[in-house]
Design a protein around this ligand. Structure first.
Ligand code: SF4
Length: 127
């Protein structure tokens, strides 16, 4: 599975709300697998990913309608946690991220996101 850096947070905070039904079906399938307890391999990509592919904001490979904003999210996650464009085990990398995350770091990364106030991100990641 391909994931962009900031989706390492979205996949933890997701609570069934999304842009439209196609997005929700895909996001639910992805998060069900990632939360199953299996050691799922993820390829981190500095581009659009398997979540973006079913999103109404997806324009084409590498381009989101909100490119500037989502690239800022990605860059902050990369900088805070040293995320590289390579293969990881999902549970290992989110454990690393969550063990370092603070509420103020989350506010810095996520405050521009429209889902941040309505999803469970902060509660699940920066406990
Ligand atoms: S809003 Fe952009 S970054 Fe987020 S899932 Fe949709 S296409 Fe991807």
């Amino acid at each position: 599975m391909r994931l962009r850096p900031h989706h390492l947070l979205c996949t933890q905070g997701y609570s069934g709300k999304g842009y439209n039904s196609e997005f929700v079906v895909n996001m639910t399938a992805i998060t069900d697998l990632l939360r199953s307890g299996e050691r799922v391999t993820v390829d981190i990509v500095f581009s659009t990913d398997d979540i973006c592919g079913k999103c109404p904001n997806f324009v084409k490979e590498g381009v989101c309608k909100d490119n500037d904003k989502v690239n800022r999210f990605d860059k902050k996650v990369m900088a805070y946690f040293g995320i590289e464009e390579r293969r990881y085990i999902y549970n290992d990398i989110i454990h690393d991220i969550n063990s370092q995350m603070t509420p103020s770091m989350m506010d810095d990364i996520c405050s521009e996101c429209s889902w941040y106030p309505v999803s469970a991100c902060k509660e699940k990641i920066a406990r």
